[in-house]
Design a protein around this ligand. Structure first.
Ligand SMILES: Cc1cc2nc3c(=O)[nH]c(=O)nc-3n(C[C@H](O)[C@H](O)[C@H](O)COP(=O)(O)OP(=O)(O)OC[C@H]3O[C@@H](n4cnc5c(N)ncnc54)[C@H](O)[C@@H]3O)c2cc1C
Length: 171
């Protein structure tokens, strides 16, 4: 989700963080494959509760969530799964829809997309090409690193370069 929000940051912003997100939870399987797997479960384990037997490679808690979201009772067995319920499960797994209702509150963001254009900065010194004497580092730059430490690294590296260049320019 973090990577998705980073890659989609500009279009999400353009749409004011509203819209519908469609997720295929099993991208290696077609919708028909998923349907076939569920139908096989109906034939092979008819007496088992749907919630306790997940026939597709999904984490158990996610499966339980889909069963509940499809409005199926915990006690419902595969034999008694109505066609409507089966369709709801297939739809949710292969093209589940989620409403995007806004973005997280300030400071929940891990890294901010956008900032000073990189072409306007001399990376040897981190000095602005447009405004000599102004040095830039970290979040203020248009760097949106993949989550996992790259943004800290970027802030520290650019901070070190800027600090060194400022020191030298003051000599
Ligand atoms: C919840 C969260 C989790 C994160 N997790 C990770 C992670 O796991 N890995 C990773 O790489 N990155 C992570 N980041 C991103 C990372 O923290 C930032 O990219 C990095 O801290 C940016 O450093 P910075 O010095 O540019 O900005 P900041 O750390 O935001 O520092 C800016 C400083 O300037 C101060 N300031 C602002 N305005 C003024 C002013 N007018 N006068 C004086 N001071 C001012 C602020 O108070 C602040 O102390 C995370 C960020 C958040 C919010």
């Amino acid at each position: 989700m973090l990577k998705l929000s980073a890659w989609g940051a500009r279009s999400l912003h353009a749409q004011r963080y509203r819209g519908t997100l469609q997720v295929n939870w099993l991208p290696t399987m077609t919708l028909d494959d998923v349907r076939a797997q569920l139908q096989t479960a109906r034939d092979q384990v008819p007496k088992r509760a749907i919630v306790n037997h997940c026939p597709v490679p999904l984490p158990r808690r996610l499966w339980v969530y889909w069963v509940q979201r499809a409005g199926l009772e915990d006690t419902l067995t595969w034999a008694n799964l109505p066609k409507k319920g089966l369709n709801a499960l297939v739809e949710q797994i292969s093209r589940g829809q989620f409403e995007i209702a806004g973005k997280g509150v300030f400071k929940e963001e891990f890294v901010t997309c956008g900032g000073v254009k990189l072409s306007e900065v001399d990376f040897k010194t981190m000095q602005s090409r447009r405004c000599p004497g102004l040095f830039l580092a970290g979040e203020v730059l248009d760097i949106d690193g993949v989550t996992g430490g790259f943004n800290f690294q970027s802030a520290w590296t650019t901070g070190w370069l800027a600090g060194k260049a400022i020191g030298l320019s003051a000599e």
